[in-house]
Design a protein around this ligand. Structure first.
Ligand code: SF4
Ligand code: SF4
Length: 403
C-alpha cells in the first residue's frame, strides 16, 4: 500500500526501515487469528493489522493520541503475528519504532515514568537485583501480590563443573536469571561438560539490553550491547564456538544486535557476527551425540512451554519438546502453544490484568494432560508461570542436570 512518510520522520535515519515494513503489509488480516491481544479483546486496534494501520497514519504525519499509545502498550511484542504473516512483515521492528514516536508525542505521567525508570534501574543489574530479590524473599508476605507472584523461592545450588576442554563456548550470565534461577546456567555447564565442551562464563558482561529496549530506552540498550560485544569479541576471535543462550528472551535480543547496531560504523560488522554466534542451547545440543545425557528419574510427565522469543523471534518452535522426546521424556499434550503466556519482559508488571488472563489461559492449556511439571526456556516465562501454576515450573535443562 502506498506510504508517504512525513518529513519529520523521513529525515531521521532510525526510521529508515519504516516505509519498507509498512509497504510489505497487504492488510490481509491473517495475523489477527494468532494475536493474543486481539483474541482476548476483539478490538481491531489491538490486533497487528490495526496497530499497523495506526502506525502508518502516525508515520504519515497524523496526530498521535493516548489511544494510539494504549494500543501499542497492550502489544506483547510476542511476534506471533510475524510467524503467521505470509508477507514477511517485520512487525517487531516496526512497533519498536512506533513506540519511540508515541513516547515523544504523548508523554507519560510522572508516576508511569517513575515505574518504568525504576524497572530499568533494577532488573538489568545483577548487583542490584540480587540483594532486592533476597530482601523480597525474606519479606514475601508483605509484598504486593503482583511482585509476590513473580518472586522465586530460594533454591539449592547444583554443582558447577570445572573441567577444562579443548572445545569452548561462552556464557553471558545476563541479569535476572543469574540471581533468580542460578541452576539454569549450572545445568547448561554440566550438560556441555559431559559433551566435552567447556562453558566459559563472561562475568563482566551484563544485561543484553532487552529490558531497556522494551521500555523504549534504545540508547541505553545500545550501550549494553556494545559493552557485551567488546567482551565477547576477543573470545570469539580466540576460537570460542558459540554464545550459549539459556534464556530465549536474551537470545532474541543478542540475535538482534546486528539490526540494532546496523548504523554504527564501529560495531555493525562485529554485531552481525556476535548475533550469528548466539545460539539457543537446544540448537547446540541437537547437533551433538547425547548418549551420555540422562534424564532425571523423577521427571514424570512434562508439559513443555515454548516461549514466544524462542518460537517467533528465534524461530525454534517445538525444538525443545522434540529434543526431550528423543531423550525419552514423557511429554504432555498441550494446546495453543503459539500463544504468549503474558510474561513478555516487563509486560506482566505494566499490564497486570491482560497478563494475568493470558497466564490463566496458558496454564489451562499446559495442564490439560495433567503433567507433573512444566518446563520452559526463558526466565521471564518461568517466573510468571511459576507464580500461579499448580505444578513446579523450571528450565528444561534442569531435567538433564545432576545434583
Ligand atoms: S502483517 Fe502480514 S498477516 Fe498481518 S495484515 Fe499485514 S500482511 Fe497480513
Ligand atoms: S506482537 Fe503479539 S500482541 Fe503484538 S500485535 Fe503481534 S501477535 Fe499481537
Amino acid at each position: 500500500m502506498k506510504t508517504i512518510i512525513a518529513k519529520e520522520f523521513a529525515q531521521q535515519p532510525q526510521f529508515a526501515p519504516v516505509k519498507d515494513i509498512l509497504q510489505a503489509c497487504v492488510h490481509c488480516g491473517f495475523c489477527t487469528a494468532t494475536c493474543p491481544t486481539y483474541l482476548m479483546l476483539g478490538d481491531e486496534r489491538d490486533s497487528p493489522r490495526g496497530r499497523i494501520y495506526m502506525m502508518k497514519a502516525m508515520f504519515e504525519g497524523e496526530a498521535v493520541t493516548h489511544e494510539t499509545r494504549d494500543h501499542l502498550d497492550r502489544c506483547l511484542t510476542c511476534r506471533s503475528c510475524e510467524t503467521t504473516c505470509p508477507s514477511g512483515v517485520e512487525y517487531g521492528h516496526l512497533v519498536d519504532l512506533g513506540r519511540v514516536v508515541v513516547e515523544q508525542k504523548v508523554p507519560r505521567s510522572k508516576a508511569q515514568r517513575l515505574v518504568r525508570w525504576s524497572l530499568r534501574q533494577v532488573l538489568p543489574y545483577r548487583a542490584r537485583f540480587g540483594p532486592l530479590l533476597k530482601l523480597g524473599q525474606t519479606f514475601r508476605p508483605l509484598l504486593p501480590i503482583v511482585l509476590k507472584q513473580h518472586l522465586p523461592k530460594p533454591v539449592k545450588r547444583l554443582t558447577q563443573p570445572h573441567a577444562s576442554h579443548e572445545r569452548v563456548m561462552l556464557s553471558l550470565p545476563g541479569c535476572a536469571q543469574a540471581r533468580a534461577a542460578p541452576n539454569t546456567d549450572i545445568a547448561a555447564a554440566q550438560v556441555l561438560n559431559k559433551l566435552g565442551i567447556q562453558l566459559n562464563v563472561l562475568h563482566q558482561t551484563g544485561c543484553c539490553g532487552a529490558v531497556d529496549h522494551h521500555l523504549n530506552a534504545h540508547a541505553a540498550a545500545l550501550i549494553k550491547a556494545r559493552h557485551n560485544i567488546d567482551l565477547v569479541w576477543p573470545e570469539l576471535q580466540a576460537g570460542a564456538e558459540a554464545i550459549v543462550v539459556t534464556a530465549s528472551g536474551c537470545g532474541a535480543t543478542l540475535q538482534d544486535y546486528g539490526h540494532m547496531l546496523r548504523d554504527d560504523p564501529d560495531y555493525a560488522a562485529k554485531a552481525q557476527q556476535v548475533s550469528a554466534a548466539a545460539k539457543d542451547i537446544v540448537e547446540i545440543l541437537e547437533k551433538e551425540d547425547l548418549s551420555s545425557i540422562k534424564i532425571s528419574k523423577n521427571a514424570g510427565k512434562v508439559a513443555v512451554h515454548c516461549p514466544c522469543t524462542q518460537q517467533h523471534a528465534m524461530q525454534l518452535p517445538s525444538r525443545v519438546k522434540h529434543l526431550l522426546q528423543q531423550l525419552g521424556v514423557d511429554t504432555a499434550s498441550t494446546k495453543n502453544d503459539h500463544l504468549c503466556c503474558g510474561s513478555a519482559g516487563t509486560y506482566a508488571l505494566l499490564q497486570p490484568e491482560l497478563s494475568h488472563q493470558l497466564r490463566t489461559n496458558k496454564l489451562h492449556d499446559l495442564t490439560l494432560d495433567q503433567p507433573d511439571q512444566i518446563v520452559t526456556a526463558n526466565i521471564g516465562c518461568q517466573l510468571h508461570l511459576g507464580g500461579s501454576a499448580s505444578v513446579p515450573v523450571k528450565h528444561w535443562l534442569e531435567l538433564l542436570a545432576e545434583d
